[in-house]
Design a protein around this ligand. Structure first.
Ligand SMILES: [Zn+2]
Length: 399
């Protein structure tokens, strides 16, 4: 029986091709096509799965999509036969649509890289578990997508949560969230990571200044996996009063001056957020950054842009840094700063870009208001709310 939202052979071929005929589940990546029994035959173990179901009562439901939309390549997911069955078990509960969209985007990004002769490291930041943290209701979990929003009002703990996560790679970020030594408190986090086998990396910092690490529950001297977490920390975009633009930007990004200079070319090549032609000029007081931003006069100086425009430049540099890191290590980009100053149009273009196959890194963006009006392109969302016993972390269902 053919259903209205079944895939046409052309859609199946496109989906398989975009996946490089490999299973799109990050822990699998199995090749799904190979030699058949006879010399003129191939053998396939691939299957083209629906992200939203072909039938209204199927796993994951229809997501409000029409029959045509559900029969299109954008709703198709390439998997091996084993995962093709697994993702539909229990009404698809273990594989919600946003997760499949995220896996698909990440997989296509890897295939795009491999076509260019680059072997991107395989890895997926799956879940963060906050076991203990001052001012948070614990334990709490958040699942990460290719793009994850952390949504909450001012003071709800977004910056703390971002720095906890970044602290898995850089423990110096954890100390400021621990009260002084007189108070017995600790911060304990677990990251579930797929490389492609599942690894649970733990970090435990205490207010007496000690820090310990674990892998799958066993203590280790340090975090041994080459994971990169690039953080654009919270900053006040309006607080710009520096003589030297490069010194100011390097301080915000937490990187050396020379790294800022080296990133300009990559940022110009990527053009993220309509940022182009960034360049440095020296004047009597210091180094000045100039550039062309879409929607503004070309060649303005950093100090002449608005807070939102300056944020676009910093975000472009952070994206360029994550793109570079992701060529060598699995990378998570955390954009805590600057996002709040963007209008919906700019924010939409960043989400589309970060979710696209152009990048093999995952991203976290903090939002200070509900943006559920934004088009859904495979992001997941975590909400933060103030509770009586501390900040409450909840995963938001999107469909
Ligand atoms: Zn598979």
């Amino acid at each position: 029986m053919t259903r209205e939202a079944d895939f046409l052979p052309s859609v199946i071929k496109t989906t398989a091709g975009r996946a490089g005929y490999r299973c799109s589940i990050p822990t699998c990546d199995r090749i799904t096509i190979g030699p058949g029994n006879k010399e003129d035959q191939t053998s396939s173990i691939g299957t083209c799965c629906h992200i939203y179901s072909s039938a209204p009562n199927g796993p994951r439901g229809t997501g409000g999509l029409t029959d045509n939309q559900r029969a299109s390549a954008s709703n198709a997911f390439w998997a091996c036969q084993i995962h093709g069955k697994l993702i539909d078990n229990n009404e698809g509960g273990k594989y919600p649509a946003p997760l499949l969209q995220s896996y698909k985007a990440m997989h296509e990004a890897r295939i795009t890289n491999e076509m260019g002769g680059l072997t991107a490291p395989r890895g997926w930041f799956g879940k963060i578990e906050v076991r203990k943290a001052p001012h948070f209701q614990t334990p709490a979990e958040l699942d990460l997508g290719k793009v994850t929003f952390i949504e909450g009002s001012c003071g709800s703990g977004k910056t703390a949560l971002c720095e906890f996560i970044a602290g898995i790679g850089d423990p110096s970020l954890l100390w400021r969230w621990l009260p002084d030594r007189a108070t017995d408190s600790s911060l304990e986090l677990l990251l579930t990571y797929y490389a492609p086998e599942r690894i649970i990396a733990g970090v435990h910092a205490t207010s007496d200044g000690s820090i310990s690490y674990s892998i799958d529950g066993s203590e280790v001297p340090a975090q041994p996996y080459p994971l990169r977490i690039v953080l654009l920390p919270h900053f006040e975009a309006e607080n710009y009063a520096e003589d030297d633009d490069v010194a100011f930007i390097s301080q915000v990004l937490g990187i050396h001056d020379s790294h800022v200079l080296n990133l300009l070319e990559s940022a110009n090549r990527l053009g993220a957020g309509g940022v182009h032609n960034l360049r440095i000029e020296n004047d009597s007081s210091g180094r000045r950054l100039r550039g062309d931003l879409s929607g503004t006069l070309s060649g303005l100086m950093y100090g002449a842009w608005s807070g939102s425009e300056r944020s676009r430049v910093l975000i472009a540099l952070a994206i360029a840094r994550a793109e570079f890191c992701s060529k060598y290590s699995p990378t998570l980009l955390i954009l805590d700063g600057g996002i709040a100053t963007l209008d919906d149009g700019n924010l939409e273009s960043y989400i589309e870009l970060l979710a696209s196959p152009n990048f093999t890194f995952q991203s976290i963006l903090t939002l200070n208001r509900d943006r559920s009006c934004l088009p859904w392109t495979g992001w997941t969302c975590v909400q933060l709310a103030e509770g009586e016993t501390g900040a409450l972390i909840t995963q938001k269902n999107i469909c």
